[in-house]
Design a protein around this ligand. Structure first.
Ligand code: AMP
Ligand code: MG
Length: 357
């Protein structure tokens, strides 16, 4: 019996291989199938992959590589929780005179974060770790978990905020040329606002290293990468969640080729208490959840880290200043205000179809 199934499997594989061999040279697109869909958890959120290639087996192997990549990025570099990660080491070194040696990748990411902090006049702040920990944001799950929640006291927030500020980070090359970071006592880096977009840039590199995958849409939480093309040439459709009814879309972006789309919204992680919503996007000026009159911001960019970082920064800045910041980085922006109005950059309009009344 076992042997029978084995034979069947071999036949099936042969069928797939033979079926694909026919006319790929003349037109590589018409033998491409998909999307082959995979859903997994990565970086504390859901990762979805829709892959286009000839064979399911190739798609499956590639999707596993992507999952492994995201897992390793978290374990070895970005997690503030896992002792194995570089960020954990950096945070543990806060206050030391020796500093902490950084990989080129993390040094570059940190430099970009500090630049975004300056450009956003501190609205985006990669050193906000002490305040993020105080609110215990990572324990919140989509508004369901209120147990043990308390609003931090004003004095606690003040103390935590005193340990924040990108201008307090010192990044210097040592005699051997390796860069080291020096944090003041109690400082904590938190890459939660850029990690998913940064991961998608790495995944884009994985896609470019191979030729089998001719198109892909990959999302990690609220950040999406579109790559290549669909076999029928139609555009990628990236839905933007309706913040007032998060199981539906406020609209859709129709995109061709490679893009990064990130959305930051007050519906993603929050707790409801005392009749108000405490969400996960914090204003470094106050330490409280940002209250700029928007409930979601979507950024379209050619850069993964920027799309993610700008969506967070623009949420805090609100439509007017946020639009200027996105424009300065050559990105397109779409704001959904708490009154339901949708405001977007001129460049965004060509991609957007609204589902809202
Ligand atoms: P996002 O969902 O991309 O907007 O990122 C939100 C996450 O970034 C939060 O869960 C925090 O870990 C972190 N964060 C919150 N507020 C800020 C801020 N003002 N600047 C940088 N990171 C932040
Ligand atoms: Mg972000």
């Amino acid at each position: 019996m076992k042997c029978f199934f084995k034979k069947l499997l071999i036949c099936a594989l042969c069928f797939v291989c033979c079926g694909c061999g026919s006319n790929t040279m003349s037109d590589p697109w018409n033998t491409v199938s998909g999307p082959w869909n995979y859903t997994d958890t990565a970086m504390g959120t859901v990762m979805q992959q829709g892959l286009y290639c000839r064979e399911e087996e190739t798609a499956q192997k590639f999707s596993q590589n992507v999952e492994r990549f995201a897992e390793e990025l978290e374990q070895e570099m970005l997690s503030w929780r896992l002792e194995t990660s570089e960020v954990y080491g950096v945070n543990a070194s806060a206050g030391s005179m020796e500093g902490y040696p950084l990989s080129e990748e993390l040094a570059e990411l940190l430099r970009e974060c500090i630049a975004l902090s300056e450009a956003s006049e501190g609205a985006f702040d990669v050193t906000l770790g002490p305040v993020v920990r105080l609110w215990n944001i990572d324990s919140w799950a989509l508004g369901t978990q209120t147990e043990g929640f308390r609003v931090p006291a004003v004095e606690e927030l003040e103390q935590a905020l005193n340990r924040c500020g990108s201008e307090l980070v010192r990044l210097e090359a040592g005699e051997d040329g390796q860069e080291k970071v020096y944090l003041q006592p109690g400082m904590q880096l938190d890459f939660g606002a850029v990690g998913k977009g940064f991961a998608l840039t790495g995944i884009q590199a994985l896609l470019e290293e191979q030729t089998a995958m001719t198109g892909a849409v990959i999302s990690v939480g609220g950040s999406v990468l579109t790559y290549g093309r669909k076999p029928d040439g139609t555009s990628w459709k990236v839905g933007v969640v309706n913040p007032f009814a998060p199981s539906s879309f406020a609209g859709v972006l129709s995109l061709q080729g490679q893009w990064f789309v990130s959305t930051s919204g007050d519906y993603e992680r929050y707790v409801e208490a005392d009749g108000r919503r405490y969400h996960h996007i914090l204003d470094p000026a106050t330490g409280y959840p940002a209250d700029s009159g928007v409930c979601s911001v979507t950024i379209l960019s050619e850069d993964g880290m920027l799309s993610d970082g700008l969506s967070t920064a623009c949420f805090i800045l609100g439509p007017e200043k946020g639009m200027a910041l996105a424009g300065a980085y050559g990105a397109e922006a779409l704001f959904i205000r708490t009154d339901g109005d949708v405001i977007m950059s001129d460049g965004m309009k060509q991609y957007w179809t609204s589902n809202m009344q």
